[in-house]
Design a protein around this ligand. Structure first.
Ligand code: 2NE
Length: 271
């Protein structure tokens, strides 16, 4: 891996190699719990990875073998509707990050070693694929610590593991090991901890050999119904982008710029 230069991140590491970007939550002293600054930095890195045409797949992980992410940092949770940043402003920007992962038009793979708990479990859930180490443990704690994620945290969980199981996860706040997570469809595979990165990179390389446009449109398609009209917007944006690449789409632009009426007669309606 090579550190992506030019960034001044404090809470994450941002690396790149062979078409893969890797974002590592780097707060192991709190089991990689996130604060607003952590989430802002992840969003900045995701944006850079989105724009980088050398990057086809993104890995999200936590530093060290003990945790992917333990959710929101309870030590800086304020009384005013969110988590306090260093300027004292409250945020719930975990939700912005969840949406960003879903609308990012490249696969995002969660690489989970150790705990994925609370908002950390929702983060791995919203990623497109999850590769888990055999020491991974998953669960929600919201109702125990006075919090909940009734958005994607509940709804996407139900679509992923089924309604009864999702309610069990949230209503009982138990922890589940990697094998249980695999059986309920919350992760894609489980590998020994010492093979976690190798296996994750191998899955990424398999995707890198495929059509990026096909993966992009499929991702939007998988998310469209869950995300409602904004999901349809994402899917439709792909149709617009592809249409812009056609002679028919370009005829409209050319006619406007050349101050003439467009001639679409060359483009009969397709069967
Ligand atoms: C993750 C877990 C199960 C790990 O347990 P263990 O025994 O391996 O470690 P320990 O000793 O609990 O934690 C190690 C250090 O990390 C801190 C701990 O306080 C401890 O530090 P010291 O007290 O020794 O200084 N730590 C761990 N998680 C933290 C956290 N989330 N915030 C701040 N410090 C944390 C165990 O640590 C655990 O259950 N952690 C809490 C998980 C949790 O409840 N997360 C918040 C859920 S709510 C949420 O994430 C959320 C939401 O609901 C809606 C929107 C956005 C976020």
């Amino acid at each position: 891996w090579q550190t992506v230069p030019g960034q001044d991140f404090t809470d994450i590491l941002f690396d790149k190699a062979d078409g893969i970007a890797k974002i590592t939550i780097n707060r192991p002293h709190v089991r990689n719990a996130f604060r607003p600054e952590t989430l802002e930095e992840i969003m900045t890195a995701l944006h850079l990875a989105r724009l980088d045409q050398e990057v086809g797949v993104i890995i999200l992980c936590g530093a060290g073998p003990d945790a992917f992410c333990a959710g929101g940092d309870q030590k800086i949770r304020g009384d005013d509707g969110g988590y306090k940043d260093q300027a004292g402003v409250h945020h719930l920007n975990a939700l912005d990050l969840q949406r960003m992962i879903r609308t990012l038009p490249k696969p995002v793979v969660a690489m989970v070693a150790g705990y994925a708990i609370g908002g950390g479990n929702v983060l791995q859930l919203v990623c497109d694929l999850t590769i888990a180490a055999d020491n991974a443990r998953f669960g929600q704690t919201g109702p125990r610590v006075g919090s909940f994620d009734a958005g994607l945290g509940a709804g996407l969980m139900a679509r992923t593991v089924g309604l009864k199981k999702a309610k069990e996860i949230w209503f009982l706040c138990r922890q589940y090991d990697a094998q249980q997570a695999l059986e309920m469809g919350m992760v894609n595979t489980v590998v020994p901890l010492d093979r976690l990165e190798e296996e994750t990179v191998s899955w990424c390389r398999e995707m890198l050999r495929l059509s990026p446009t096909a993966l992009r449109v499929l991702k939007a398609g998988f998310n469209a119904d869950t995300d409602g009209l904004s999901g349809v917007q994402e899917l439709a944006g792909n149709a617009t982008a592809l249409f812009y690449m056609t002679d028919e789409g370009q005829e409209g632009r050319n006619a406007f710029n050349e101050k003439r009426a467009p001639d679409f007669s060359r483009f009969p309606p397709r069967p």
